[in-house]
Design a binder for this molecule. Structure first.
Ligand code: SF4
Ligand code: SF4
Length: 369
């Protein structure tokens, strides 16, 4: 893609230089990322500019710049295209390259072999989608392999069983969804993953997919083009099951809980109410809110490939856990594997262990099932 094509595709000449994008960008100060300037340089000179690696890879694709832009432009989509050009020229951090290579070879970014993808199910009785099921539970790479995040998958299985959801999984046939591959700008690998995943979905005549992860949900909903299946994030399905009294709770949880909106669920897809409905349905719980919540929510820095590159400076997740402790919450909950990991890590790096517990929404439910 050349500069002229970028100018047209991203409507760069409609930019009024208001600076809302850079002003609202959570990493602009820390990483010196000036997204407005990136766009302006291309629009004015008609040429592509090489950017310092730390700036280019600092964007979390949180989409705040797009949400705030008064001209309805999507600065982060422009930046993803700029990343694609860098990737084509082989300019990518080695840790990100390793993650991409692992996805190509093993179907996951964590360097783990494909045959171990369903190891987390060994004590559970879960059917393969080939046996016929109304819903495909798309587990995702991190819930399948990371021992901490496997709790999300196991908790969801318990909820589905209790609510009698007819579901199956793909087991080792499941592949990375490609969300982060797209965000890192590796469009060729992303297209390959779309083909592979669609082959599986079509082979098993999948009509309904529920995901553990907002990133997979976002990819299937917005990046796969026209598909023949309907997709939900698990909080949407659980909110519905609770409303229809198919999922009920037998215990109480007298705790103050604060909810962190994952960017790929909230800002990217407007899903703010369902996770809150699920949390509020737990008997005894008091739901607290951050000052910066919903569309003003602060990113945890886990998206856009940032799980595989550290940018020096104070982490946004550290600000988030400090705010959570200050609110008086006992539990900080979220609904995304990446948010869970970054926030839990931030509790350790800020020395706030013992002051707050980080749990996924489904783990909160597991306490009262
Ligand atoms: S997507 Fe988020 S991190 Fe990236 S440029 Fe926009 S506001 Fe900044
Ligand atoms: S917010 Fe939109 S209009 Fe304003 S500088 Fe950024 S891209 Fe341009």
């Amino acid at each position: 893609m050349n500069a002229q094509e970028l100018i047209q595709k991203h409507k760069l000449l409609e930019c009024i230089q208001c600076g809302m994008c850079t002003g609202s960008c959570p990493v602009s100060r820390k990483a010196n990322l000036n997204i407005r300037q990136y766009m302006r340089e291309v629009a004015i000179t008609g040429k592509l500019v090489v950017h310092p690696q730390n700036e280019l890879w600092s964007c979390t694709t949180c989409s705040t710049c797009g949400v705030r832009c008064p001209k309805e432009l999507s600065p982060f989509e422009f930046l993803i295209d700029i990343r694609s050009l860098a990737v084509e020229e082989g300019q990518i951090a080695p840790t990100m390259r390793d993650a991409l290579e692992s996805i190509f070879k093993n179907g996951n970014p964590w360097g783990r072999i494909r045959s171990k993808r369903s190891e987390w199910t060994q004590d559970l009785d879960i059917k393969h989608i080939s046996q016929g099921a109304e819903t495909l539970y798309f587990v995702g790479c991190t819930p399948a392999y990371d021992p901490r995040v496997q709790e999300i998958a196991k908790g969801l299985v318990r909820c589905f069983e209790k609510a009698k959801v007819d579901f199956g999984i793909l087991g080792y046939e499941e592949n990375c969804c490609g969300s982060e591959v797209y965000g890192m700008g590796e469009k060729g690998l992303f297209e390959f993953l779309v083909e592979e995943n669609m082959k599986n979905f079509n082979k098993y005549n999948v009509k309904r997919v529920v995901t553990s992860c907002p990133h997979a949900f976002h990819a299937f909903k917005n990046r796969y083009g026209k598909t023949s299946f309907e997709v939900q994030h698990y909080t949407q399905l659980l909110a519905n099951l609770i409303e229809n009294e198919r999922l009920t709770f037998s215990k109480k949880l007298n705790k103050k809980i604060i909810y962190h909106d994952p960017c790929f669920l909230g800002k990217q897809n407007g899903i703010y109410d369902e996770p809150r409905k699920v949390i509020e349905s737990v008997p005894g719980v008091t739901l607290l809110e951050f000052d910066r919540s919903r569309e003003r929510s602060l990113c945890c820095e886990g998206g856009g490939g940032r799980m595989w590159i550290d940018i020096p400076g104070e982490r946004l997740s550290e600000i988030r856990v400090r705010d959570a402790v200050e609110s008086g919450a006992e539990i900080l909950t979220t609904a995304c594997p990446f948010c869970l990991l970054t926030l839990e890590d931030a509790v350790k790096t800020t020395g706030l262990e013992g002051k707050i517990q980080v749990l996924d929404v489904v783990e909160v439910l597991s306490l009262v099932l």
